[in-house]
Write a protein that binds this ligand. Sequence first.
Ligand code: DAH
Length: 339
Amino acid sequence: MQDKIKFLSQKIDTFTANGSDELEALRIQYLSKKGEITALFNDFRNVPNEQKREIGQLLNVLRDKAQNKINDLKEALESAQVVEKGMDLTRTADPIALGTRHPLSIVKNEIIDIFSRIGFTIAEGPEIEDDWHVFGALNFAPEHPARDMQDTFFIEQHPDVLLRTHTSSVQSRVMTSQKPPIRVLCPGRVYRNEAISYRAHCFFHQVEGLYIDKQVSFADLKQALLYFAKEMFGEHTQIRLRPSYFPFTEPSAEMDISCNLCGGKGCPFCKHTGWVEILGCGMVDPNVLNECGIDSSEYTGYAFGMGVERITNLKYQVKDLRMFSENDVRFLQQFKAAY
Ligand code: DAH
């Protein structure tokens, strides 16, 4: 048996094939059911027990050697055919068209990055919401016009179900499910019943911030927003806070940054005021804390909300909002190097 194995092993070294038919003939001769190597495996039964181990190993090696040799010959035949057909395998491959990150994603990620450096983590909530999370918990009076059909998309036959009009709804979700200290950033898509034009769309994106702890003050809010403005728009950026009104914050403010185009001198972009508005903010109204199960005599908090499209427009001067959702690659590819 050992001699036969040795003989076949030497024979394998001399295998050649001039075409796939010859190769198949070799396979049949040695490895098929009636092949010579298979026959040896059948004879294995008769090998005395004390030799079984050694012979068994030799047989396995022999079979693998034959199989590998046949595989190698097959590969060689195939590449010979490629050359024959005039294919050049050394040519570099055609470039794969890589996609680019969407400008809104770039800016959203940058906002997240900036706030994560001062301890904010991400929280998300559903886009299809109920009235309580979007309005009720946030101190909107029952007859508040934001609930109007003209502003909000409701789900037909379900007056309590609607598409969220702001990411402030995630505040309600976080406050009812977590205990302070809370420090979250809530990015997401929001919907409003608006006619689509260059300056309004029926959906857009916001990032909401919420910080609740003992003794959080308006000064903390201002500090965090100043830090954000400088990181986002450059070290020389200044901010100003104007008194405003939101149902869920008291006091409330709108924040402007010094115009990043003219540096505050005044230009058509900032309507010659030197300032551009970028977000709404304020101290979380005690009514909101209490409604969400947080004791307003123990905790205070601040919140802010900004439009991602707005920030993106400021950074990249995109004049028409519709560009963001048209998927025109000529537009999208301009942001290749941005992040
Ligand atoms: N939810 C407001 C909007 O959609 C934005 C906003 C303003 C969010 C003030 C806040 C805030 O958290 O404090 O216009």
